[in-house]
Design a binder for this molecule. Structure first.
Ligand code: N01
Length: 547
């Protein structure tokens, strides 16, 4: 057996490290930094992309920006970086976030330990050596004691195939695989399929640029304004006055978005009082804010939820001039998907060059040489954009052939639903940490990534300091975590509505709970309790006997 401390001769394709990292978005970059700089370990990362950035490398579509205010959409551990980086606006554009992540990679010289343009095909646990063996599509063979995967919650693209798709003669794009080159819309007839977060940003940005825009909508969403603008200097001043306190409050909150969440119960309140609060939030903007800063029970009380949906429906009616279009844009389900915000979305449908097609009522039959044919009409297009989202949460994990102890396949283990403990580790898969894995918290991601990587780093240190080989959650702990996640989710309204949150957007995918919905604060308590108990819910494996 080769111990991690011993150096084995390396070839260009064979690498022996302490920590292998998959993905170089927010999570992977921080994991690489942490393993190398803070734990002093040998680490190497792989990424499919040709550069760092993860989701922000791929999602370059027009209008792409975060809907978390910048002050909570960054790393917290590096105060100097926080002070040095001058975000230009409240909700950062994709290009700005990507520049920030590139700066982070440069600041800590991370690129020398990253192999880009390389997909990790398989991650296999070797029972004899207690090491992971990784193989890539470029022929790399990596041996690592620990694996940290930051493969992206929303990264594996959902590209539905329609009959005749190959015949289309125009340009064709997916929002999450947008080209690096400039795409011109001038004078073109553009079609967009999908009206989720990506779709609405794209639609609003492209409409004024193109000749004609046809939006193919299957399910309307509740969209509230973002009220995008310059950063509020007062927020920054208050963060600077108590930097640690600010981040503590982010981690104690439900959403980890950095805004003040409401503790007001909407149920039982008069409709006028409720509308007043919704109206104030509509005017100050933000999707998660509309759901969590107005009342504490929009996601749990049918009454408050309906008050929210009635309010948005009235707004749609007031904004959209054409009655028929307004009706098509009006959702009929609960407000219990990942909340969406975008400035000027409903106003876009008042433009003469924008048309809305309801493909639920008139299904999309085929893609032709010249455009899209529904069961009612053929729409001629020069460009077709798929804003059809992702095989979320589990998609990228299952693209890698994971085999744990005794050769158990992750695909088999997760055949009916994804199973993890703390959304971070899975029974049967020792020393494998999934950052924002299934059954993790339903929150703003960067602060959660940092917390999970910190937890993983502490676990790694624990194993090494105690001269152990591996840490793995017990089956009992995993079962209990899943039951806890289910119980919490079913106390909310989210399981009642189909979306990527529960896997319902992908045909054939199990529809199930995939998040811990009790919020960031409660999740942090769970992470701390796991350590405080001396890893009581984990099996700690000792050294492999020599010989
Ligand atoms: O994907 P989505 P997204 N025929 O799944 C439609 C994050 N994000 O990329 O609802 C016709 O939400 C589908 O229709 P339906 C954020 O967490 C954040 O927009 O399934 N239509 C839906 O309209 C977000 O929630 C930001 O009926 C089809 C759309 O495509 C998550 O990513 C920006 C179809 C997909 O919507 C996903 O957002 C962007 C078909 N066969 C993304 N298949 C910000 O921070 C799918 N659709 C602002």
């Amino acid at each position: 057996m080769t111990s991690v401390g011993e150096k084995k001769p390396e070839t260009a394709t064979h690498l022996e490290v302490d920590v292998a990292v998959i993905g170089t978005g927010f999570a992977g970059l921080y994991a690489l930094y942490k393993a190398r700089k803070e734990l002093g370990l040998r680490a190497h990362a792989f990424d499919d992309a040709e550069g760092v950035g993860g989701t922000w490398y791929w999602n370059r579509y027009p209008g792409a920006r975060s809907d978390t205010e910048v002050t909570a959409y960054c790393y917290s551990f590096d105060r100097e970086l926080f002070d040095a980086w001058k975000w230009t606006a409240k909700y950062p554009r994709q290009s700005e976030i990507l520049a920030y992540l590139n700066l982070f990679a440069d600041r800590y010289d991370l690129r020398r330990d990253i192999t880009f343009g390389t997909h990790v095909d398989s991650v296999t646990w070797n029972d004899e050596t207690s090491r992971w063996e990784l193989r890539t599509d470029k022929g790399h063979h990596v041996t690592a004691q620990f694996v940290i995967e930051g493969v992206g919650l929303l990264s594996s693209t959902n590209l539905p195939t329609f009959p005749g798709q190959e015949k289309f003669k125009g340009e064709i794009y997916h929002t999450a695989r947008w080209p690096h080159e400039e795409v011109s819309f001038a004078g073109k007839r553009v079609g967009i399929i999908g009206t989720g977060s990506s779709g609405v940003q794209c639609i609003t940005e492209i409409a004024p640029e193109c000749g004609h825009l046809t939006v193919f909508q299957r399910t309307p969403q509740y969209i509230v304004p973002a009220v995008h603008g310059p950063r509020d200097p007062k927020i920054l001043e208050s963060i600077n006055a108590d930097y640690e306190g600010y981040w503590e409050s982010v981690l104690r909150s439900v959403t980890a978005f950095g805004f003040e969440e409401s503790s007001v119960i909407g149920e039982g309140m008069s409709p006028e009082e409720r509308d007043d609060i919704f109206d104030r939030q509509w005017n100050s903007g933000g999707g998660f804010q509309f759901m969590f800063a107005t009342f504490s029970d929009v996601g749990t009380s049918l009454e408050t939820n309906q008050a929210a949906t009635d309010f948005i429906k009235r707004k749609i009616k007031a904004i959209v001039r054409d009655r028929e279009t307004a009706a098509k844009l009006t959702p009929s389900d609960l407000y219990a998907k990942r909340p969406v915000c975008c400035d000027g979305y409903y106003e876009t449908y008042n433009r003469d060059n924008v048309e809305l097609v309801d493909v639920e009522a008139h299904p999309l039959v085929e893609i032709t040489e010249n455009g899209i044919r529904t069961n009612e009409h053929e729409y001629e297009l020069d460009m077709l954009i798929f804003a059809t989202g992702f095989d979320a949460v589990t998609g990228n994990y299952l693209k890698i052939d994971h085999r744990g102890r005794g050769g158990v396949e992750l695909r088999t283990k997760w055949a009916n639903r994804p199973l993890t403990h703390l959304g971070l580790m899975a029974a049967g898969f020792p020393n494998l940490f999934m950052i924002f894995g299934p059954m993790g918290p339903f929150t703003n991601q960067p602060p959660a990534h940092e917390a999970q990587v910190n937890w993983a780093a502490d676990a790694i240190q624990h194993v090494r300091e105690h001269h152990l080989e591996a840490i793995e959650p017990t089956q009992h702990a995993e079962d209990r975590w899943i039951a806890t996640c289910d119980e919490i989710a079913y106390a909310t309204l989210f399981p009642k509505v189909n979306s990527w949150i529960n896997g319902a957007n992908i045909p054939g995918k199990p529809i199930t709970v995939m998040f811990y919905m009790a919020g960031m604060g409660a999740y942090m308590d769970q992470l701390r309790a796991a350590v405080k108990s001396g890893y009581a819910d984990f099996t700690l494996l000792g050294p492999v006997p020599a010989g």
